[in-house]
Design a protein around this ligand. Structure first.
Ligand code: AAL
Length: 401
């Protein structure tokens, strides 16, 4: 009897497997033939090539023509900043987000005014205080205002270099703005030695605050986002602080240049630090780094999550990414000609929104517009884009340029 049962069981198994194969065969027979003219909206239940599988997967799940997080970028020269500056001795770079207050737009940025130092000079040492070692060495933070976002008026220094030995006495750069309970906070890279000395831009982040965007700014002379401990990914550089308000807290995203110290092998990734109070203490997220590519940080609340520009460096450069939980980023689209160091105008950057509207313009920077790589000179530009829930015809987004 037992033997018969085993034989029956084996025959049953063969028939099931056979049926399945038959089902596979039946599917192929039913679906045989060219891919249909009207592209199926949903992933069709038929044998697909790797490329067509990707066409329906999360990464490419939404084609650019209907992807709210796809955009092209347009650039406009600004009026009011003297682009020539004589022989280009003034560099303006790494603009903050743009805010609107007192009936006008405000932006803050790194401003370096020194004799023109050719690129590639031996990295200046601490003693060599007159020759900048980079576009952002020996810099101060300036601000400018505008009525329309195209014509700007430079207002002068907002945050000067600190007094020795306070953090930032060598250079204060790459700032960003937070508005919180009626006060304003500028976070910035606080260099205490020449950027590039010993091969890396070693600096933490410090903060100054004011009751008005016009200042006066009071320096806390305190580091609020310290370098990581020795051996941690962000032990050297904490760059590009980018604060937003989410869940009633300050979410401050930043970038670190880490790994090999010489710039050709440097790895650049982004981290997140969160605080209940703009002056800290900030707690670095345990999942850091939370983005594996990119350079300067640019993010924007979008629906319940946050969008991010991933520019220039890394496997996922030239993408726009999205994190529903503000921590775990997925690729939402691949784009081109992304703005460097973009500081967008974000209506709901600080409103603790649960439905971010997105962005359509801001300022960015452009290096060596004269094409002479031996001459440091960086200028500010305006960028326009279509990363907004308020654009009614998403399909038009591919036909701007
Ligand atoms: C920028 C930013 C940081 C770096 C340097 C100035 O693009 O990534 O600020 O230190 O370059």
């Amino acid at each position: 009897m037992r033997k018969q049962n085993i034989v029956v069981l084996i025959l049953l198994l063969i028939s099931i497997v056979g049926c399945n194969n038959k089902k596979e065969v039946v599917l192929e027979k039913e679906q045989k033939g060219a891919f249909p003219y009207q592209m199926p909206e949903e992933k069709p239940n038929r044998p697909l090539s790797a490329a067509m599988k990707r066409n329906y997967d999360a990464y490419f799940g939404v084609r650019p023509e209907s992807n709210e997080l796809y955009t092209q970028f347009r650039y406009t020269k600004l009026k009011g900043f003297d682009y020539n500056d004589g022989d280009g001795t003034i560099s303006r770079r790494d603009p903050s987000k743009v805010i609107f207050a007192n009936g006008k737009y405000y932006v803050w940025y790194t401003h370096r005014e020194t004799s023109v130092a050719p690129i590639g000079i031996p990295r200046a040492s601490e003693s060599n205080d007159t020759i900048p070692s980079a576009d952002w060495d020996l810099s101060d933070i300036y601000f400018a205002t505008s009525k329309d976002g195209f014509t700007w008026e430079e207002q002068g220094v907002a945050v000067p270099r600190a007094e020795k030995p306070n953090p930032g006495h060598r250079s204060v750069t790459t700032t960003d703005i937070l508005e919180w309970k009626g006060k304003y906070y500028l976070y910035y890279q606080a260099f205490s030695e020449a950027p590039g000395k010993n091969g890396g831009d070693y600096c933490p982040v410090a903060v100054s605050y004011a009751n008005s965007p016009d200042g006066p700014w009071i320096a806390t002379n305190k580091v609020v986002i310290p370098n990581g401990e020795k051996g941690e990914w962000d032990q050297h550089s904490v760059h590009d602080p980018f604060p937003l308000v989410h869940n009633g807290k300050v979410y401050l995203y930043y970038k670190s240049d880490f790994g090999k110290s010489d710039t050709t092998k440097m790895v650049r990734m982004h981290g997140l630090a969160i605080a209940d109070n703009p002056l800290g203490p900030f707690k670095k997220h345990p999942l850091n780094p939370i983005m594996n590519s990119g350079h300067e940080t640019t993010l924007f609340p979008f629906k319940e999550g946050v969008g991010a520009f991933t520019i220039r460096d890394g496997n996922e450069s030239n993408t726009i990414q999205y994190a529903k939980d503000w921590v775990n980023f997925e690729i939402a689209s691949t784009v081109e000609m992304m703005p460097n160091a973009a500081g967008p105008f974000i209506k709901d950057a600080f409103t603790n929104t649960k439905n971010g509207r997105g962005i359509t313009w801001g300022l960015s920077h452009f290096a060596r517009p004269h094409g002479d790589w031996k001459r440091n000179h960086v200028i500010l530009l305006r960028f326009d884009c279509d990363l907004s829930q308020d654009i009614d015809d998403q399909s038009m987004k591919r036909h701007h340029v």
